[in-house]
Design a protein around this ligand. Sequence first.
Ligand code: AMP
Length: 282
Amino acid sequence: MPQTFTKIADIRSAIADCKQHKQTIVIVPTMGNLHNGHLQLIDTAKQHGDVVIATIFVNSMQFGLNEDWEQYPRTAGEDIAKLQTKDCDWVFLPTHAEMYPNGIKSQTLITEPTMSKILCGASRPVHFDGVTTVLTKLINITTPDYLVLGSKDYQQLQITRKMLQDVCSSVKVIASPIAREADGLAYSSRNMFLSSYERTHANILNRALLTTKDKVSRGRRDLRNIENEAIDQITDTGFRVDYFQICRPDSLQVATSINTKLIALGAMYADHTRLIDNMHLL
Ligand code: AMP
């Protein structure tokens, strides 16, 4: 079984021991309810360090008032068993009070002011402040050499990279590819909320990304038309599109026909369940 820590002081003293033995630390932050996407991050982490720490914390700070923090699945026992199959060394499972002893309202925020306001940030205004704040805390607690993040949350990945650069952190970010179900749907802890109709058709987001990539590969560069066609494709299947945008992969600014590197990002709602996905086009 991976060794489980719930207290900051305990994991800090164990990490001090590792550092004395010159061991490399890698952290894999998660909100639990682990699936194959998360487990792939552990495989990536194992390739980069001596001590792999999965953190499991459903961070209330990154959920909006009307979002699904309370419903978010909490399955710590099963998560630890899955981590064992991957030889994960440690699990850090702090309580809310351990992470926010003075409550959320008085917590100092780490805000990335530009990239965090667009795409997912436009419809989830507090989300990325919660993410960058909790990641900063987890990094300060565990002082890792490497931080492993999934490319499924591409905007989170780019914001985190920028935030760490902005605060002169020496932590290196490793991006792991998107893990998908056989039909192309990206693994997500929220997939369990889908009805049977929604689950059958939820891969439309991935299919729209593939169609988009195909159009760009064939030489089309009317990016706004291509985005609108993808939105129609998803809407016609019965889902509500939050956004579907072709961007520059570094800054996430809206791309134009002259850009030589492109990524498409999309978010859609299946009833109340919000699903995201992305794909590099060029
Ligand atoms: P979460 O538990 O949803 O906060 O995700 C924790 C980490 O797992 C984040 O770095 C996510 O990007 C990553 N992740 C979640 N789903 C996937 C997936 N399908 N493929 C790759 N990484 C993922």
